[in-house]
Design a binder for this molecule. Structure first.
Ligand code: NDP
Length: 495
């Protein structure tokens, strides 16, 4: 029996029912209501921000040395591991994702906290070369209160990617989960509150504030106590939020959308490429910012490769995320499934050939869920809307290319620049293409692999700033320079 968190938000260090509108979260596999969650109000956001600012300044927290703050992160990592099955089941119920995927996301959340604790303990400050009668130091200090705003596709992992470095840096955090999928963030909030309590730290260091982006997200961004925003979501939302942040001269990091090219060169290991292309776009039912949703295949290989791909895609197992053999689980919400279906209709209107999928699966077991069949399209030029816009569903569009110049031109002809995959045995070609494609991450003979120690982020309309890696903590701090005079005589000017 799934334990859903009680209908409460974490405001100013206390759990309570939000004073705003009630929303029902749905199990996308069945359409059944899972839980009711009341949003917080803008006044509650303001209350949480004020309490967070006070908590961030309390000596019990502010005066902790890095290795002492690291204890909080390692404790949270352990609590996530101890509750891994529950968190994975909750996320599968709320987002629809397959359990194999949500288990991996929970493990990655724990790893992020553990890695960040290690990075915090080993981070160094700099004594810069002195150019006068003084010692010069460059040090880093917390910003104060950070707003973390996440979408619905991978909540526990994207929460950890923001919370771990923001707390490690010495801040308090206001976390806003997506309205469709608040449950796992609320459960994670409970674990972090437990760790804060055990270590006798102020519980107002974390607020979890459910509600819509338009009301709660906007109130967080505008709040005068919030000094930095870490955002993952759509490009247009990111742009709007960055405009508000610019008024406050507040730093923002933006992890945004993508339309990532996956490239199969003529000499690729075909079995590896087929498996990698399918995993790259159809795992998480394509609801992944880094989905390899534009497939470029060398023209000599095109018909054979795409034909075999389609044969295998039609055999992918579509089903609920709780079934152990499911490969393609339902989409997050019926409204999102309809949006994906509308994109495939648009593709038809643009003249695409639907090679497989292109509809919801039939049968009573799919009738109430937000399912959509994995879909392969081709016959469109790269400038068609279907090839340019992010669909965020199980939809792959295939295109041929003639040579390396043609490939790089088409791959870069996109507003996005998040990721790229290259399948080839030619290490020189891999190197050249990897360096020429505008993408924040390039995978060569693999795809959609992640490591807490490797920075992640986008180029162009895919974002600004990086998450993960050693530098993630510094991104949540302010740099200060100190000059410490060593002369024994007065400064000469006054003499
Ligand atoms: P949205 O941009 O609509 O929403 C993302 C988050 O922002 C949600 O919590 C949302 O709230 C909130 N939000 C919406 N409007 C505002 C606002 N005016 N002010 C503050 N917050 C706001 O994205 P989607 O939910 O559609 O998520 C999918 C998008 O996320 C895709 O484009 C995908 O590519 C991107 N993404 C990027 C990743 C990356 O790392 N680069 C990773 C994963 C996803 P709510 O929806 O609850 O109202």
């Amino acid at each position: 029996m799934l334990r859903t968190p009680p209908d409460e938000a974490l405001v100013a260090g206390r759990w309570r029912r939000g004073g705003g509108a009630a929303t029902q979260t749905l199990d996308p596999a069945t359409g059944a209501a899972l839980a009711t969650v009341h949003a917080v109000t803008p006044d509650e956001v303001s209350e949480a921000a004020r309490a967070a600012a006070r908590a961030a300044a309390e000596p019990q927290w502010y005066d902790l040395l890095p290795h002492q703050r690291a204890r909080l992160l390692t404790r949270v990592a352990t609590l996530i591991e101890d509750n891994a099955e529950h968190l994975a089941a909750l996320q599968t119920a709320d987002t629809g994702k397959a359990l194999t995927e949500t288990r991996a996301l929970v493990a990655s959340a724990a790893a992020t906290f553990r890695y960040t604790a290690a990075a915090l303990e080993t981070a160094e400050e700099a004594i810069t070369p002195s150019r006068g009668a003084y010692v010069t130091l460059s040090v880093h200090e917390p910003i104060g209160v950070v707003g973390a705003i996440n979408p619905w596709n991978s909540p526990v992992a994207s929460d950890a990617q923001k919370l771990a470095p923001a707390l490690a840096a010495g801040n308090a955090v206001l976390l806003k989960p997506a309205e469709w999928t608040p449950l796992v963030s609320l459960a994670l909030g409970r674990l972090i509150t437990q760790a804060l309590g055990e270590l006798r730290l102020p519980t107002a260091l974390l607020a979890v504030l459910p509600g819509s982006g338009r009301v709660v997200g906007d109130a967080i961004v505008r709040d005068p106590h919030v000094g930095r925003i870490a955002f993952t979501g759509g490009t247009e939302t990111g742009r709007a939020l960055a405009r508000t942040a610019a008024e406050k001269l507040m730093p923002v990091s933006l992890e945004l959308g993508g339309k990532s090219p996956t490239v199969v060169l003529a000499d690729a290991d075909i079995e590896q490429a087929l498996a990698g292309v399918m995993f790259g776009v159809f795992s998480s039912s394509g609801q992944s910012c880094i989905a390899g949703s534009r497939l470029f295949v060398a023209r000599a290989l095109y018909d054979g490769f795409v034909g075999e791909l389609v044969a295998r895609v039609t055999k992918l197992r579509v089903g609920p995320g709780t079934r152990p053999d499911t490969q393609v689980a339902p989409l997050v919400h019926p409204a999102h499934r309809d949006k994906v279906a509308a994109y495939v209709d648009l593709a038809r209107g643009e003249g695409a050939r639907v090679l497989c999928g292109g509809a919801a699966p039939e049968g009573p077991e799919y009738a109430d869920g937000a399912y959509y069949l994995p879909t392969v399209l081709d016959g469109l030029p790269n400038d068609a809307r279907t090839c340019q816009e992010e669909i965020f569903g199980p939809v792959l569009v295939a295109l041929p290319f003639d040579d390396e110049e043609d490939l790089v031109r088409q791959a870069n002809d996109s507003v996005y620049g998040l990721a790229c995959g290259i399948w080839t045995r030619d290490h020189r070609a891999a190197w050249r293409i990897a360096r020429r494609v505008e993408a924040g991450t390039v995978w060569i003979n693999t795809y959609k692999q992640f490591s807490a120690s490797t920075p992640f982020g986008g180029m162009k309309a895919s974002g600004l700033g990086r998450e993960k890696g050693r530098d993630a903590i510094r991104a949540y701090q302010r740099q200060k320079s100190l000059y410490w005079g060593t002369a024994t005589t007065p400064l000469p000017w006054a003499g």
